[in-house]
Design a protein around this ligand. Sequence first.
Ligand code: NAP
Length: 351
Amino acid sequence: MNSSNLVLLDSLPPVAGLLCSPGSVDPRCYSSGLMLRFPQLKPSEVLVRARAVSVNPLDTRMRSGYGRSIFEPHLPLILGRDISGEVAAVGTSVRSFSVGQEVFGALHPTAVRGTYADYAVLSEDELAPKPPSLTHVEASAIPFAALTAWRALKSTARITEGHRLLVVGGGGAVGLAAIQLAAAARCQVTTTCGSRSIDRVRKAGAEQAVDYITEDIELAIKGKFDAVLDTIGGPETERIGIKFLKRGGHYMTLQGEAASLTDKYGLAAGIPIATAILLKKQIQYRYSHGIEYWWTYMRADSDGLDEIRRLSEAGKLKIPVEKTFPITQVREAHEAKDKKKIPGKVVLELD
Ligand SMILES: NC(=O)c1ccc[n+]([C@@H]2O[C@H](COP(=O)([O-])OP(=O)(O)OC[C@H]3O[C@@H](n4cnc5c(N)ncnc54)[C@H](OP(=O)(O)O)[C@@H]3O)[C@@H](O)[C@H]2O)c1
């Protein structure tokens, strides 16, 4: 426990009836000799003692100002979406978890109190029991990326057995999760990725892996797809994704413009502008190509997380962890990601 974490916790309201004071002897008030005040949990909330939290691109982007229209009024922020740890306290209506249980999960993208802290508050439906076969480090790498993929594939495209899926950027965490979820649903998956990811995406279940640097993607890919998940979302990947869709298919990009437009124009103007841009694209693509166009976002989904837990436990869903840092070196971890020194998943460990 360091003093900055104490400040984060201390900014939360104390538990009713547990007003910690320097003279208190309640063990919950102290850690390493420093005063610790636990937050007052809403009925459906769970306080989790963090053991590992993974670094997502959203964390480094938020640190650089992305989403400022939403987050600026809440500064100072706690970054971090993913967590694996132990339940420290539960709200009055929580039935699925008990104190001491090992859990993993992820916060919603717009949550203002993140997981880079000794303790984090998540709602019951943002958590699942941690698969015992996984370490906290391994478990913390999974939920945010896998739930992003889950929402796109299961809620938006509604993929099912026999569907053909193209994952643009299968070498990243969301892409790998998408390949594994689709393979578990008995879909046929083609993906684009860098050469270093070819073996990994094949092991994850991709039938075809196309190197986006050395191969001509348009020549290498054959046939059309029921759904395209574009984790890169640039103009070129969008053009290719749309080109390879069947009529009635779903193109889903992870690079929706809602947050960048609200950052640029403010919430009041940005949301209607984003809605208008999305609607225009949806109508254009429906008319020109007969396809459905989506900006897709991570969302908490307890059924999804339960299936992700089940697949992880069965060894069918893994996100490889490239490097771990102690949480005290969060600055170094973010710098390494910003400078693209570490290509894969980075996890921060807590004692
Ligand atoms: N909308 C949402 O709610 C949401 C949620 C999660 C993530 N995201 C966004 O989705 C993106 C991916 O997230 P992530 O967690 O999977 O990131 P990540 O683990 O850092 O993966 C990024 C991967 O993209 C691959 N890549 C880069 N350029 C490519 C190209 N032209 N074609 C194919 N692959 C390419 C690289 O794979 P190789 O190593 O194989 O080259 C890289 O490893 C990020 O931009 C993130 O901000 C959005």
